[in-house]
Design a protein around this ligand. Structure first.
Ligand code: FDP
Length: 338
């Protein structure tokens, strides 16, 4: 029997490019290179348990290669591929303290910020993890990009997306023309369009927060969480609780099924008063995706995530993200208006 002809991610990226007559094709090529990195990481993630077993003796796998930690593997896979793809001028990785230069002969016009393997505390227990990316156009004119090229607000992103390594591997991306999801068919090694033009539901079914931090939250956050748990049939409360602790997976579920995710500021760690999640690698790309899908992303002190001017590569921000209706209500609670 013939297989149905699916739309590949490369075809889709190319078709989106034709919506922009001024496009040179470089962004499409950059995204295609990222897709290759994603497939490489996906293959390694699927081998995670085995790699450990094979790695027990002498830390080499069956091919005689050194066994790396998965997050290190993911970081190196993206870094090495993108540094010589010809479309990027500088990169930042959640795994590296400083900005990452590209190879001199391969300097391009975009910047890439990425979290190679988000949710790393879930790696060893076979729970979904993911890769997140965010792309801007460079500001500087020539040569290697500068750190300031990376420190641009979310509103100026030209592409963002994530890959979730779960029961199947999915890639979800936007270039400003909606949010589109693709599922990897491992039998042919290709991502096929499975979720065209994703719109997040109007209202949340789920709320996602680490309630273990309850006693570290501000009073306003506690009151909002009490609100979503209280019973009111008319407004569909209580919401159901879902928290994986892997942002990519929590975001993906809420995007598709409808939910609100919160990682608010707290007083747990005086070094991280502004929440845990990173602006460049987590909050901004997800804010772009959720806005494109009809939702909203804010901080708990009333700022739109997309409008925050980054001050440093690893800046952290409180993040409230999900269905617009619910983020609007959360905002009122967090500002003490409800
Ligand atoms: P992790 O520490 O496992 O890497 O920012 C990283 C992140 O995971 C997110 O993926 C996740 O949403 C969050 O941290 C979980 O933090 P808590 O364990 O504090 O809930």
């Amino acid at each position: 029997m013939e297989r149905p002809l699916g739309v590949t991610v490369s075809r889709h990226i190319h078709d989106c490019q034709t919506l922009h007559p001024e496009a040179t094709g470089e962004l499409s090529s950059l995204l295609s290179e990222l897709v290759v990195a994603a497939k490489t990481i996906s293959a390694e993630v699927n081998m995670a348990g085995l790699a450990d077993i094979l790695g027990l003796s002498g830390k080499t796998n069956i091919q005689g290669e050194a066994v790396q930690r998965l997050d290190e593997f993911a970081n190196n896979t993206i870094k090495r591929r993108m540094a010589r793809c010809g479309y990027v001028c500088i990169m930042a990785s959640e795994e590296e303290a400083d900005a990452i230069p590209v190879i001199d002969d391969y300097i391009g016009k975009y910047t890439l910020a990425y979290d190679p393997l988000d949710g790393s505390t879930n790696i060893d227990v076979n729970v979904n993890i993911g890769t997140i990316f965010s792309i801007h156009r460079r500001h500087s004119q020539i040569g290697q990009g500068k750190e300031s090229d990376l420190l641009q607000k979310g509103r100026d992103q030209i592409a963002a997306g994530y890959i979730v390594y779960g029961s199947s591997t999915m890639l979800v991306y936007t270039t400003g023309d909606g949010v589109h999801g693709f599922t990897l068919d491992p039998s042919v090694g290709e991502f096929f369009l499975s979720h065209p033009n994703i719109k997040t539901p109007e209202r949340s079914k789920y709320f996602s927060i680490n309630e273990g931090n309850y006693n570290y939250w501000k009073e306003e956050t506690r009151r909002y969480i009490e609100y979503v748990k209280s019973i009111d049939e008319e407004t569909g409360r209580p919401l159901s609780a879902r928290y994986i602790g892997s942002l990519v997976a929590d975001f993906h579920r809420n995007l598709i099924a409808g939910g609100i995710f919160l990682y608010p500021s707290d007083n747990k760690d005086p070094k991280k008063p502004g929440g845990k999640l990173r602006l460049l690698y987590e909050a901004a790309p997800f804010a772009y995706l959720i806005e494109q899908a009809g939702g909203r992303a804010i901080t708990d002190d009333g700022r739109e995530i997309m409008d925050i001017e980054p001050e440093s590569l690893h800046q952290r921000v409180p993040l409230i993200i999900g269905c617009k209706h619910d983020v609007d209500i959360a905002e009122k609670f967090l500002q003490g208006k409800m």
